[in-house]
Design a protein around this ligand. Structure first.
Ligand SMILES: Nc1ncnc2c1ncn2[C@@H]1O[C@H](COP(=O)(O)OP(=O)(O)OP(=O)(O)O)[C@@H](O)[C@H]1O
Length: 253
């Protein structure tokens, strides 16, 4: 589904991602882990088209390496960022609908004159927002102002916004950061549900409880280089991963 071939990213003298080749298989939850500064977010930025890189990015067999960000979204790439942006004085529905923006087929003229095309597109966005809210279990709060909700819900809205464009693959960058254990358990269930709905999830996360509970496969990087890859068992028993990141061996249930 997503293939990275020999991806390297350099910032002046620093090699942030070093010749990374890996594949994320269709309809799996695949985690990318590693110490702070290992290059994880930079990998996501390369996939999204936000940073210059060597190597190729292939999505469903199509080479998207040279496509601009919005065209990658069109080809099925969805992404949420490390720092969430929530419009506090907008409702949950309005926040979700913003995520549909890159798919909208109307222009400013349609918007001002309120053409049929505008009404139709708005209706499509609204219907998609309801589908997404249903998937995430937040349908009952669609009319609530986002700013009044606890942080865990705001995170779900952020994930929901990335789902609005009907992505084939969703990149989630540290979605559990700042969440309580209970909120993170809820998020875990939602991520599994997203995968079970046929959307591939590529996850960066430091919460190892979450990573080990939900990942089908894990890739570990350190100083921009892949040091291990495999199932949760393979990774937690890997000496180099223990030394570089995990500290002590973790038991997988
Ligand atoms: N725009 C940039 N300009 C210069 N250096 C950068 C830039 N972005 C990232 N870096 C550097 O590249 C390296 C990798 O950073 P990156 O944010 O990808 O790591 P990370 O694994 O996501 O870290 P964390 O787990 O702390 O989020 C770091 O040394 C970082 O300082």
């Amino acid at each position: 589904m997503l293939k990275l071939e020999n991806i390297s990213v350099r910032f002046s003298g620093l090699v942030a991602v070093d010749n990374l080749t890996m594949e994320v298989k269709d309809k799996t939850i695949h985690s990318l882990i590693g110490p702070n500064g290992a290059g994880k977010t930079t990998v996501f930025n390369a996939i999204s088209g936000l940073v210059k890189h060597d190597g190729r990015v292939l999505l469903d067999g199509k080479d998207i390496t040279h496509l601009p960000v919005h065209k990658r979204v069109y080809h099925g790439l969805g992404r949420s960022f490390q720092n969430i942006i929530i419009f506090k004085y907008m409702t949950v529905l309005q926040n979700l609908m913003l995520g549909y923006h890159s798919k909208l087929q109307y222009n400013h003229f349609d918007e001002i004159v309120y053409t049929n095309r505008f009404t139709l597109e708005e209706r499509k966005a609204r219907l998609r927002a309801i589908e997404v809210a249903d998937l995430l279990g937040i349908k009952t709060i669609l009319g609530v102002y986002a700013g009044t909700l606890p942080y865990g819900f705001q995170k779900l809205i952020d994930v929901g916004r990335a789902l609005m464009t009907e992505p084939k693959i969703l990149l989630l960058d540290e979605p559990a950061a700042g969440l309580t254990e209970k909120e993170s358990d809820i998020l875990k269930e939602k991520i599994i549900r997203i995968r079970d709905n046929g959307i591939t999830v590529f996850l960066i996360e430091h919460d190892m409880r979450m990573v080990l509970d939900i990942s089908d496969r894990i890739t570990v990087i350190n100083f921009g280089k892949k040091i291990a890859e495999g199932t949760t068992q393979d990774v937690v028993n890997n000496e180099e991963v223990i030394k570089a990141y995990l500290g002590t061996a973790v038991t997988v249930q």
